[in-house]
Design a protein around this ligand. Structure first.
Ligand SMILES: Cc1cc2nc3c(=O)[nH]c(=O)nc-3n(C[C@H](O)[C@H](O)[C@H](O)COP(=O)(O)OP(=O)(O)OC[C@H]3O[C@@H](n4cnc5c(N)ncnc54)[C@H](O)[C@@H]3O)c2cc1C
Length: 438
């Protein structure tokens, strides 16, 4: 009875979004106009509350809506950290006035966001951050350095955590702000990775300014708010989201996609094609096809690893379904987002090893430009080679970002299994009295 009722609802939802797309999708619209239409209709983030650009749908129906939009051939909702992290965090902790101010531009992709959390001496130990904000009338003046800031070079706004009270213990005196990236006090310097890309940046904050009313979740409550963002990050990464799963058109005023024709990003597969894509996040199916095509599918050791990859993928899928079912029933399974993130790391590492094994000696060759990639693919006769090598070079990133594997294990050990906490003298001492590196 319940199954039938659920199926009916689900079918209605898919039928509804298809009807809406039939009436509204127009490939000749600009990306900005299309995302405006999609975002204000509630179909960009259907799992959000209907009062705030959503449709109150369950997570599984939300996934079906995304699939229906892709199947229809329309441009999906904007990707990036705005929709993935900033939006849900502000929806949860923000005031109505802050929701009014920020959420619309997030769901319509008009503004791009980055996350100014990590610092040179504060990554795993994020609460040790030293960037400080000092009150100045209706504003705060911010000084410090952030690092590994993904997408900082194209961001309009950022989620910033800064120390607002050094007299309090380190977890207590932190505030979570929204900061405008377009101001003289913000200097963004790209960091080139071994993939050849510059995904992330250093960001220097020198007398940068934030509005007092942009503090999300209240003064000195930033640790709690940041943990909400990190929770969304871990569950999203574990479910296959993240930088590698970004939409083909980029949100925000800097990337330059908003005035372009929406249909061009759908028909051409987007401007990031051209052999540059990675196989990161590929299911075992993709690698099985590669092994078959490369005559390696009959090697027993390789087959065993392919089955292992498939098994890990299925376990992750079942765990995801368990979590969804628990959440739909108003419950939670503590630690599952951390387990999902660990499982993603394992999948990435195994995919890297399998890809290189399938490519054989050619896996040592990597091209950095689209032209060189094409030449390499021609010379080796392996059109998928650049996807494998790019994945292999990038594979070190996912087990680090969103909290390293070791940190996930610490959280599971301490908060889920109840194991003793690491010894720490720094929890109650005022931050200003703690010994500092450098
Ligand atoms: C591709 C990529 C994108 C990123 N994007 C962003 C971004 O947009 N915004 C942002 O703010 N940050 C970003 N980061 C930074 C990321 O969150 C940090 O790199 C991460 O939290 C680890 O911090 P760290 O690099 O300072 O390493 P450290 O914290 O110095 O850790 C070094 C090593 O020590 C281990 N370690 C540390 N503490 C413990 C402990 N208590 N127990 C056991 N082992 C421990 C770690 O697991 C790691 O192996 C990104 C990182 C990557 C790789």
């Amino acid at each position: 009875m319940t199954d039938t009722a659920d199926r009916t609802t689900t079918n209605d939802v898919v039928a509804d979004v298809k009807d809406w797309l039939a009436d509204n999708w127009d490939p000749d619209l600009t990306v900005a106009d299309w995302w405006e239409r999609l975002g204000t209709s509630g179909w960009a983030v259907p799992t959000w509350p209907s009062a705030w650009f959503g449709r109150d749908l369950s997570r599984s129906d939300g996934v079906r809506v995304q699939q229906a939009i892709a199947d229809f051939g329309a441009l999906p909702a904007p990707g990036g950290l705005g929709l993935m992290l900033a939006g849900p965090t502000i929806a949860f902790h923000g005031t109505d006035e802050q929701r009014e101010r920020y959420l619309r531009d997030i769901v319509t992709g008009q503004k791009a966001w980055c996350q100014l959390f990590s610092e040179p001496n504060a990554g795993s130990d994020l609460a040790g951050l030293q960037t400080k904000a000092v009150k100045d009338g209706e504003e705060w003046i911010v000084n410090g350095q952030k690092v590994w800031t993904s997408g900082g070079q194209v961001a309009d706004l950022a989620m910033l955590i800064a120390r607002t009270d050094p007299d309090q213990p380190k977890h207590a005196g932190i505030t979570y702000f929204v900061i405008d990236m377009h101001q003289p006090g913000v200097d963004v310097r790209p960091l080139r990775e071994m993939t050849g890309r510059a995904l992330f940046n250093e960001v220097f904050l020198s007398d940068a300014r934030v509005r007092d009313d942009s503090a999300i979740g209240g003064l000195n409550n930033g640790w709690r708010v940041a943990n909400t963002t990190l929770m969304f990050e871990r569950s999203s990464l574990g479910a296959g989201g993240g930088s590698a799963a970004a939409s083909l058109a980029s949100p925000g005023t800097v990337a330059g996609d908003l005035p372009r024709r929406a249909g061009d990003f759908v028909a051409s597969g987007g401007r990031r094609g051209g052999g540059g894509g990675t196989l990161f996040g590929a299911s075992a199916k993709g690698l099985i096809q590669l092994a078959k095509g490369n005559g390696k599918a009959s090697e027993p050791a390789l087959r065993q690893k392919l089955v292992e990859l498939h098994t890990i993928g299925e376990l992750a899928r079942f765990n995801n379904l368990r979590l969804k079912a628990a959440m739909a029933a108003g419950k939670d399974i503590p630690g599952l987002p951390n387990i999902a993130k660990l499982s993603m790391s394992q999948t990435v590492r195994l995919s890297r090893d399998l890809g290189l094994e399938i490519a054989g000696g050619y896996g040592m060759l990597h091209a950095y430009s689209p032209e060189d990639r094409e030449a390499l693919d021609d010379a080796t006769g392996m059109p998928f080679l650049s996807g494998i090598t790019e994945m292999a070079l990038f594979a070190q990133g996912p087990p680090i970002y969103g909290g390293t594997d070791q940190v996930q294990r610490n959280i599971i050990g301490e908060r889920v299994l109840g194991l003793p906490k690491e010894p720490g003298f720094d929890k109650n001492m005022p931050f200003k009295d703690l010994p500092k590196n450098g």
